[in-house]
Design a protein around this ligand. Structure first.
Ligand code: CMP
Length: 152
């Protein structure tokens, strides 16, 4: 079982696509175990995107990510990190395949609607930036036996 940090970015909130994006995760069988709406500060943006801070596109990325509220989610499931990245599609909405979230709703590299952790190490670091341990809601949905086999 893995947990990933998912951010519904300012474009997702402003375009009122949160419900449709969350539906994709729920329909897949993933679980939302924490949720928080917040405004990213420049300091949090630099921590979150630490690996991009020196890149030429970073100033625009920071300006965008602080421009409106975001919804931070912790999403759980079997192999959740890869499963979620596949649901999102390629980073750029211009290249993402139809059927993926970005492929269906985005036509931009920067305004790509959703961020998701790209590894277990990133997930641990990023979840820690947005949530404290007591904000995770551990539960086993009663339909779990209809979503995965006991030995999966
Ligand atoms: P995300 O998954 O949030 O991780 C880093 C973000 O930087 C990425 O989504 C894009 O929104 C953005 N990004 C990546 N590459 C570029 C680029 N070349 N120009 C502008 N934005 C980029």
């Amino acid at each position: 079982m893995q947990r990933s940090l998912v951010l519904l970015k300012p474009d997702c909130v402003e375009r009122k696509l949160m419900g449709q994006v969350i539906s994709r995760f729920e329909s897949k069988g993933l679980r939302i175990v924490a949720a928080k709406m917040l405004r990213v500060t420049p300091d949090l943006a630099k921590k979150h995107y630490a690996e991009h801070v020196e890149k030429p596109f970073y100033p625009g990325l920071e300006e965008f990510i602080i421009s409106a509220p975001i919804l931070a989610l912790a999403v759980e499931g079997l192999e959740a990190i890869t499963v979620i990245r596949n649901l999102l599609g390629a980073t750029s909405g211009l290249k993402a395949a139809p059927g993926t979230i970005r492929g269906d709703f985005s036509c931009s590299r920067q305004m790509n609607l959703v961020h998701a952790s790209d590894s277990e190490e990133s997930a641990a670091r990023e979840l820690d930036l947005y949530f404290s341990p007591n904000e995770f809601c551990d539960y086993t949905p009663i339909l779990t036996p209809m979503i995965q086999a006991a030995d999966e």
